[in-house]
Design a protein around this ligand. Structure first.
Ligand code: OOG
Ligand code: NI
Length: 301
C-alpha cells in the first residue's frame, strides 16, 4: 500500500513540475548553466528542497483543503507561520521518505482584507459549495494531476485582477495562477565546492542572467543563521482575461536554499551528513521577502 502511494506521489509531483518548467524558462537556463559549468553532470542530480503553493483562505478552499492531497500521499504537517502585513497564513509539510521535497502552503487571510477586495474574491469563490478536494478520487492520479491545472472559479476579468493587485498582489497572483506550482527550490549545500555556498551560487546565477529578488537583500538568512535562501524574480506569463483582454503578469519563480549543519552535528564528517543533521523547516522573516518574487516592486526594478 505504502509503495503504491509513493509511486502515485512520484507521478503527481512530475505532473506539477512539467507545466512549471514550461511556464518558467529560467528553470532551463539554470539547469543548462549548471551542466555547462559542470556543477552537475545530469539534471537528475538536482535536489528539490521544497515546492510551494498559494491559495485563498475562504470556505472550502485554503490550506485545509489543499493539504489533504499531500497528506493522503504521506506528508506530515509541521509549523504554522503568520505574515501580518501580507495577511497570510502558512504551514510546511515533509514526507518521511526524504527524497521527496518539503511542501510550503500559504493562504490569504481573506477576511482581513477590505470589504471591497473581499467582494471581488467572493465573486469568484462563492460558487464553491463544497471542498473540491473531497470530491477528488485521490487514488486516481490523472484526476489529481489535472486538478492542479483545473480552474475552480471563473476566469477573472482584467479589471478585477487589477483591483485585487491594489490591495494584495498575492490575491491577484492566485486569482489568475491558481494552483500552478509557485516555485521549486534547488538545494545548494550538496553541490560541489564552491557552488555549495549561496553567496557564490548567486554570483553564478547572475552571471547567466538570472534576476534575483533583492527584497531584504539577495540572501535571506534565518535568525539562527542556518537557513539561507534566495530566489529569482518571477518571469511574466501572458494572461488572457475574461472578455479576451490580455496582459503579461508575474508567473512562477525558482528558489535556492542552503541548509547548514546543526551545531550538535558539527563534528560529523561531511560524508556522514544526512538531511536530519541540517536545519529543517522555514523562517517567517525569509519567507516574507521571498513572497515578493512575484511582486511589482521586484518585477519593475
Ligand atoms: C512562498 C514564499 C515563501 C519560503 O521558502 O519561505 C517561501 C510563496 O511565494 O508563495 O517559499
Ligand atoms: Ni520557498
Amino acid at each position: 500500500m505504502k509503495f503504491t502511494k509513493e509511486k502515485d506521489l512520484d507521478k503527481v509531483l512530475n505532473a506539477l513540475i512539467e507545466p512549471y518548467k514550461n511556464r518558467v524558462p529560467d528553470v532551463q537556463n539554470v539547469v543548462q548553466g549548471m551542466l555547462i559549468e559542470r556543477i552537475i553532470s545530469k539534471e537528475e542530480d538536482l535536489k528539490n528542497d521544497h515546492i510551494a503553493f498559494r491559495t485563498l483562505g475562504v470556505p472550502n478552499l485554503g490550506i485545509e483543503s489543499l493539504e489533504k492531497i499531500f497528506m493522503y500521499y504521506g506528508y506530515e504537517k509541521h509549523d504554522y507561520y503568520f505574515f501580518s502585513e501580507k495577511k497570510l497564513n502558512a504551514y510546511w509539510y515533509s514526507h518521511p521518505e526524504n527524497k521527496y521535497p518539503r511542501i510550503f502552503i500559504s493562504e490569504l487571510r481573506v477576511s482581513d482584507l477590505s470589504p471591497q477586495t473581499q467582494k471581488v474574491i467572493y465573486k469568484y469563490t462563492d460558487g464553491i459549495k463544497s471542498d473540491p478536494v473531497d470530491n477528488l478520487d485521490l487514488n486516481n492520479i490523472e484526476e489529481v494531476s489535472s486538478f492542479f491545472r483545473r480552474s475552480l472559479w471563473e476566469l477573472p476579468t482584467l479589471a478585477d485582477y487589477e483591483s485585487l493587485q491594489e490591495e494584495s498582489e498575492y490575491a491577484a497572483w492566485v486569482i489568475y495562477n491558481r494552483y500552478y506550482l509557485n516555485h521549486f527550490t534547488i538545494s545548494i549545500h550538496d553541490l560541489p565546492k564552491p557552488f555549495n555556498k549561496l553567496e557564490y551560487f548567486n554570483e553564478f546565477l547572475k552571471s547567466i542572467g538570472i534576476k534575483l529578488n533583492n527584497s531584504g537583500g539577495e540572501i535571506k538568512v534565518s535568525r539562527d543563521r542556518l537557513l539561507k535562501q534566495s530566489s529569482s524574480v518571477a518571469g511574466k506569463v501572458i494572461a488572457i482575461f475574461k472578455g479576451g483582454k490580455s496582459m503579461k503578469i508575474p508567473g512562477s519563480y525558482i528558489e535556492f536554499a542552503e541548509r547548514l549543519v546543526l551545531p550538535q552535528f558539527a563534528h560529523l564528517n561531511k560524508s556522514n551528513i544526512e538531511t536530519r543533521h541540517r536545519r529543517d523547516g522555514f523562517e517567517t522573516g525569509n519567507a516574507d521577502k521571498i513572497f515578493e518574487s512575484t511582486y511589482k516592486s521586484q518585477q519593475n526594478k
